[in-house]
Design a protein. Structure first.
Length: 381
């Protein structure tokens, strides 16, 4: 299909130049091409009859589909940027085109693996979900089921990142549809939380997906027996895997523990001591990733139960945090943790002012001359 209906050769050439611009390796050039496409779409929507405009846009979408399916990073990013712009320009007028656009996004997401492409693609996928009609709701449900299938089984390891990004967006954008699938989600999310690769990005984004899932639940009756059973199932897996021999599994379990502390109401009150032991014992881990994550989660103990944190956990927590301040690898994480704890229990942390200053002096901290040590990929905030 070509873009020729009731369109001058000059206009066709102009549009194809835009398509070529979307293929460019330079991000700024792709952004300029997407902006030009938005203006072209806006102009054609005013100039053409509704029938001709529909034909024109569908031919355009086919061109974008070729880019999306190309497997070339720059071309896939161009297709994503173009659809993002079209959604902004057309708004609700894109509702009837959602199936076509979802097909294009699916082609991008199905490629898997390439974080540079998948993150913006998942965002645009989420924007498409906002154009909800009866038809697109069915499509969203279908895409949700597909993403869950991608997480369920080793044959789809390359699509794990795509799956968690899609599920995260659906939990955020279409919570009512997502809620129907929470039980299934909680069964399969562990393949991503316990992703065995050294690169932590799949586990990181799986933690965000779990957070958004639990927020979907929290907006309903968090104390219902069904929800409590879901929380219990998560905590059971955490409890049985937190001492696994591989750091990757422990990493995912720590992230899940953090989300339980953040988003399950009073559920973790009865499990506070166990959770504190899990975090404190790993806040001195020989694995930098595990130590950094455990240290970053210590403030959640204070937020969840200030009185118990002060009585049961603060001494060891402060000891581990002060020790972490002496290492450039953990200093930023420890500072953030101290600050978050101080926001909760100001009076009790005041005696630590002098030891904190002593550590800073002894380590010769010079913030302006040191590289940042904060590693955002190890956190899920």
């Amino acid at each position: 299909s070509t873009i020729t209906m009731n369109t001058s050769p000059l206009a066709v050439a102009s549009l194809m130049a835009i398509i070529d611009g979307l293929k460019h390796k330079d991000e700024d050039d792709r952004r300029l091409a997407a902006t030009a496409l938005g203006k072209e779409v806006n102009a054609k929507s005013r100039e053409m009859t509704p029938e001709d405009f529909t034909s024109w846009t569908r031919a355009l979408y086919k061109q974008l589909g070729f880019l999306a399916a190309s497997g070339v990073t720059s071309e896939m990013l161009g297709a994503v940027a173009a659809i993002d712009t079209i959604l902004t320009v057309m708004g609700e007028d894109t509702t009837q085109e959602v199936p076509l656009l979802l097909t294009t996004m699916r082609a991008v997401l199905a490629k898997g693996g390439n974080e540079q492409v998948l993150l913006p693609a998942a965002h645009v996928f989420g924007r498409l979900v906002l154009a909800r009609t009866t038809v697109s709701a069915e499509l969203v449900d279908s895409e949700l089921r597909r993403a869950l299938e991608w997480l369920d089984g080793k044959q789809n390891e390359s699509r794990r990142l795509s799956a968690v990004l899609i599920l995260s967006e659906l939990a955020l954008r279409a919570p009512s549809i997502f809620y129907v699938h929470v039980a299934n989600f909680l069964q399969v999310i562990w393949s991503a939380l316990h992703d065995p690769t050294k690169d932590s990005k799949v586990r990181h984004f799986a933690g965000i997906a779990l957070r958004r899932c639990l927020l979907v639940v929290a907006h309903r009756d968090v104390k219902s027996s069904v929800h409590q059973q879901w929380f219990e199932s998560i905590f059971h897996v955490v409890s049985t895997t937190i001492k696994a021999p591989t750091a990757e599994i422990v990493h995912g379990s720590l992230l899940a523990l953090g989300e339980l502390l953040r988003n399950t109401g009073d559920f973790m009150q009865s499990n506070y001591s166990t959770a504190a032991e899990m975090l404190l014992s790993r806040s001195t881990s020989s694995s930098k990733t595990l130590r950094r994550v455990a240290l970053s989660l210590l403030p959640l103990l204070a937020v969840h139960s200030p009185s118990r944190f002060v009585a049961e956990s603060s001494g060891l927590a402060y000891k581990h945090l002060l020790q972490a301040l002496k290492s450039s690898a953990f200093r930023a994480t420890a500072f953030l943790a101290f600050g978050e704890i101080a926001n909760v229990i100001t009076q009790q942390i005041q005696p630590l002012a002098d030891p904190l200053v002593d550590v800073l002096i002894s380590t010769g901290l010079n913030i302006s001359s040191r590289k940042p040590t904060f590693c955002p990929e190890e956190h899920t905030s």
